[in-house]
Design a protein around this ligand. Sequence first.
Ligand SMILES: C[S@@+](CC[C@H](N)C(=O)[O-])C[C@H]1O[C@@H](n2cnc3c(N)ncnc32)[C@H](O)[C@@H]1O
Length: 248
Amino acid sequence: MNLFISKLGCSLIFQIIQAGLLKKGLCSVQDESAGLVVSVVDPQPGETIIDCCAAPGGKTHYMASHLSGQVVENSYKETAKLHQVDGIIIAIHADLRTLPDSGQLKSNKVLLDAPCSGLGVLSKRVDLRWNRNLEDMEQLKEFQDELLDAASKLVKPGGVLVYSSCSIDPEENDDRVFLVTHPDFHIDPVDRYVPPDFVTSSGFFFSNPVKHSVDGSFAAHLVRDLLNEFPGSNSLWLYPQLRDIQIQ
Ligand SMILES: C[S@@+](CC[C@H](N)C(=O)[O-])C[C@H]1O[C@@H](n2cnc3c(N)ncnc32)[C@H](O)[C@@H]1O
């Protein structure tokens, strides 16, 4: 069960805790900003979504609750069962940067929720304030670019890549969106998926902890051009399979 706290009254939250739903794993807690990133992915029944950096799996489980499909492996099995999304998630343990090499795995929807500085979640991770330096940030940005490049190779022509982070630093967000290096992608404004207050002038999703009273998050909805790779054979790629895949 996926519930968002801002939508619930305090008394309902209290009832959920008292009923032991959290303890039993029947309910999980996520910040609303994480849910809004999933809204940008816009999971639909029957779709295949590759969740590139899935661990610990919060967004995967929420997306899976919108889908229908196949098998769960490994440690997510129990949680997935409790959330009634077992049979939907396939877990692949791999370094994303080496995954596209096989050329086998491709989807119409790919989420890259990239490792980041966590500057959007400082209210929950105060330790991050003291554990970052400029050198780390440079390495992190290079890493994000490598992951973004790898994730882009998993997107079928006409498909969508959502790049997200829980940072409020534009260098990890807008600046990473790779349209110069990947001209076969373009920005699809997110105003169809989230309330207008969360849409930037560039068409990205951005939540600001001060303005919106939720964690800071960013998401770009990027669409790969349809005709670049397989002119004349689009229909082959437009119909997704019944799977939701996470890569940790
Ligand atoms: C921001 S977290 C993802 C949070 C997750 N989407 C959720 O909602 O629970 C980024 C994750 O990327 C994973 N990661 C780091 N390097 C990776 C790599 N080379 N390939 C795949 N995953 C990686 C880390 O394990 C980390 O948990």
